[in-house]
Design a binder for this molecule. Structure first.
Ligand code: BES
Ligand code: MN
Ligand code: MN
Length: 483
């Protein structure tokens, strides 16, 4: 890290005889002059514990929705509304300057993941602070939600404010900010279906992903889908004394462990019947293009404290985490896990399992295939139950689209570097739904880094990334608005 930090002031590398550039420079100057206040305002949002998964935080989630609405209104949005749903509200706002101009719909989520384990945080998760790190020499904002997604959608509100204040908004804009993304966006689909007109747009712009690195900025061109199941193995009708019964009965924990171990073979292939049937084989050309992003195995291993990696045979780490489907056990429990010893064979054992999907797999298809395989491989002397949880479809934005090009060009101007396409391993299931219901493509112009520790203790978001994001957004609007 050297060239890109220190000062955030941006000079455009564009010809000076273009009248639009003066106005763009004004917008960027406004951002530069107000950047400290932007961070102070973001801190207020980060202090709200909007944890959607835990009903104990209901009031905080609701308060967060009201605060977001306030920020939108203050930035200059019209028709700001905290829309009720069956779950947490959806915050809406818009600015329509000319019906003949294109409309950008900005999506984000104001809910956050639970912060536990709390004892691994250096400071409390909802008391934001700035600290320098090796990757962020100019400082990073530490707090739950700083990168996922408050710090990222807030960039859009502030970029919008800058365009309003300098009179440079080049097209229409709508905002839709939800509070249930981390628990499966349950209310959003109904809301979108019931409000197609209100949400009509030409493109959806989302900052809820990451770039490859600050030295190698990227536009996310794909997200994986998700199938999520909980499994239960039931053995004896009650917990048994492991001395009196041990060795003569099926132990549900042992059975479950064998079933899980039997899901993937030694080459990293998933053994579920038909699992790969619909998997899109990415062409060698596209694989070569994506492998331009230099896989750095040593720093990858170092960043997560490993001395070796593993995965599906024949694919690079980059490919394993983007264009290939995967299966992971996310949690396993059963029996006695308290202090000391209790000699017991549990009646039941449980696990949660996630599968990341690629085009053209679907969550329903994969969940069904998982269920069939799990039941087929279970021994006859136990009962097994598979319960599906929320899932989501994979998503791809081809790099030969106007949407991709507008984002690439915007980020190239802001970063002063070539921007490459990047398929991400994470999931944002609503992107596929937006395309289906609203008929618009989503541009995933996120600015986080994979080292931001989203969903983990000490989540943070680089100040450099925050400011680069705010600068890139008006540039995207300008590029996209040009017919
Ligand atoms: N923002 C993340 C997804 C993400 C992060 C995608 C970084 C790409 C790069 C989102 O909030 C998230 O956590 N999604 C969940 C799925 C959801 C259904 C709970 C995920 O990917 O696990
Ligand atoms: Mn997110
Ligand atoms: Mn998340």
């Amino acid at each position: 890290m050297s060239c890109c930090c220190g000062t955030f002031f941006l000079f455009l590398h564009v010809p000076t005889n273009n009248s639009n550039n003066t106005t763009m420079q004004e917008t960027l100057n406004y951002i530069q002059q107000n950047k400290e206040r932007y961070v102070e305002e973001l801190f207020e949002l980060l202090k709200i514990a909007s944890i959607s998964a835990d009903p104990a935080y209901k009031d905080e989630v609701l308060k967060c929705a009201d605060e977001v609405a306030k920020y939108l209104k203050n930035a200059g949005a019209d028709n700001v509304e905290v829309c009720k749903t069956k779950g947490y509200p959806i915050v809406f706002g818009d600015k329509i300057i000319d019906k003949n101009l294109p409309t950008v719909l900005v999506y984000g989520h104001y809910d956050v993941q639970p912060p536990d384990p709390l004892d691994l945080w250096k400071k409390p998760p909802f008391e934001p602070y700035i600290e320098k790190t090796e990757i962020h020499p100019e400082g990073a904002i530490f707090a739950r939600g700083s990168a996922d997604d408050k710090g990222q959608f807030f960039m859009h509100i502030k970029a919008f404010e800058a365009m309003m204040q300098t009179n440079t908004l080049p097209c229409n804009v709508k905002f839709i900010l939800e509070g249930e993304e981390e628990v499966g966006s349950k209310s959003l689909e109904a809301f979108v279906n019931e409000n197609k007109e209100k949400l009509s747009c030409d493109v959806i712009l989302i900052s809820d992903t990451h770039i490859y690195s600050n030295e190698q900025p990227t536009v996310t061109t794909g997200l994986r889908g998700l199938s999520y199941v909980e499994v239960e193995v039931e053995g004896p009708n009650r917990d048994l004394h492991s001395g009196l019964y041990g060795g003569a009965v099926p132990n549900p924990i042992h059975v479950l462990s064998r079933l899980i171990a039997n899901l993937i073979d030694d080459d990293g292939h998933i053994k579920i019947d038909g699992f790969y049937d619909n998997v899109e084989e990415v062409s060698l050309d596209e694989r070569a293009e994506m492998n331009k992003l230099k896989d750095d195995p040593e720093s990858f291993k170092k960043s997560i404290g490993l001395n070796g990696v593993e995965g599906e045979k024949g694919y690079s780490t980059l490919e394993r985490t983007s264009i290939r489907p995967t299966l992971d056990c996310n949690g396993i429990w059963g029996g006695y896990t308290g202090e000391g010893a209790k000699t017991v064979i549990p009646s039941k054992a449980f696990a949660k399992i996630s599968m990341r999907l690629v085009p053209y797999q679907t969550p329903d298809e994969i969940t069904e295939k998982f269920k069939n395989y799990f039941e087929k491989t279970a021994p006859a002397n136990v009962k097994v139950k598979v319960t599906p949880h929320h899932g989501g479809m994979p998503y791809v934005l081809p790099s030969d689209t106007k949407e991709f090009r507008a984002a690439k060009k915007a980020m190239e101007t802001a970063f002063g570097k070539e921007v490459l396409p990047y398929r991400s391993g994470g999931s944002i299931p609503i992107t596929a739904m937006f395309e289906q219901v609203l008929g618009a493509k989503s541009v995933l112009m996120g600015f986080g880094l994979d080292s931001d520790a989203i969903h983990s203790p000490n989540e943070h978001y680089g100040l450099f990334n925050f400011y680069k994001g705010i600068e890139s957004i008006p540039l995207f609007f300008e590029n996209y608005a040009v017919k």
